[in-house]
Design a protein around this ligand. Structure first.
Ligand code: CTP
Ligand code: CA
Length: 227
């Protein structure tokens, strides 16, 4: 179906979406990151816009074009993503965290490029944990018009068990799960929705089709909550 025929189920709603990986510097030319093309998050942003929402996309480094009509804020690190979310969250009806956020950052990134040594040694890198952006927003129930929070989880095994547990741990009403790494960068995916009623499988389809189905599921849930 083309965009013009998408029902405007999110007209008047504001959605904040995170997408892509984050990049945590080791020094000015190196860093650690997560595998994520950003395709799923960008598809969700596009589908939400088609559904009439006012969409802000906070994106880690990707090679993707901004979906039409979407406001995009670029960030590199998890902390920058957290700060950008904090600056944009007020007045949002829905927060969808699709980003593959690096769980750790380098404690003391070097301001100059680290040089190789003659003795074949390698640097020891120390890490500390990044803020959990989704859990932070989900826990902030005092936010004016607390947003409906949706998480994503890519698991490499035990999706049914881990997905349900992760939804509860994050304190969110809806979690979207998929079985990990082979979908990274791919154009299609197969996802499972976890909510307080159990789980629903959305069969394999391209990411835009799945994103449109997800937006329809989100709109049903927030409209029944009369946000
Ligand atoms: N997430 C986030 N901030 C983080 C880590 C994760 O906002 N620092 C969000 C992701 O965008 C995703 C959800 O939390 O929507 C689940 O991410 P995931 O990495 O699967 O969960 P973790 O809690 O980090 O658990 P683990 O990686 O150990 O499985
Ligand atoms: Ca993680």
């Amino acid at each position: 179906i083309v965009a013009a025929f998408q029902p405007k189920v999110l007209a008047g709603k504001r959605l904040l979406i995170t997408a892509g990986p984050t990049f945590e510097p080791i020094d000015p030319v190196r860093g650690i990151t997560n595998l994520s093309s950003g395709k799923m998050g960008y598809a969700v942003a596009r589908a939400a816009r088609e559904a009439g929402a006012d969409v802000t996309l906070i994106s880690g480094p990707t090679a993707l074009a901004t979906p039409h009509g979407v406001t995009r804020i670029d960030v590199q690190t998890a902390q920058q993503m957290m700060d950008a979310v904090n600056r944009s969250i007020d007045g949002q009806h829905v927060f969808v965290a699709v980003a593959a956020v690096a769980d750790w950052r380098v404690t003391n990134p070097s301001t100059q490029k680290v040089k190789k040594t003659e003795d074949g040694g390698a640097p020891r890198i120390e890490f500390e944990q990044n803020p959990d952006i989704l859990a932070t927003i989900a826990a902030r129930t005092t936010l004016a018009g607390h947003p409906y929070c949706v998480g994503f989880a890519a698991e490499s095994e035990n999706l049914m068990e881990y997905g349900a547990a992760k939804r509860e741990r994050k304190g969110i009403p809806l979690l979207v799960g998929n079985i990990g790494h082979h979908t990274f960068g791919a154009d299609d995916n197969e996802i499972v929705l976890f909510d307080d009623q159990g789980h629903t499988l959305l069969p394999r389809a391209d990411k835009l089709t799945l994103a449109r189905q997800l937006i329809s599921e989100i709109s049903k849930r927030i409209n029944s909550q009369s946000l």
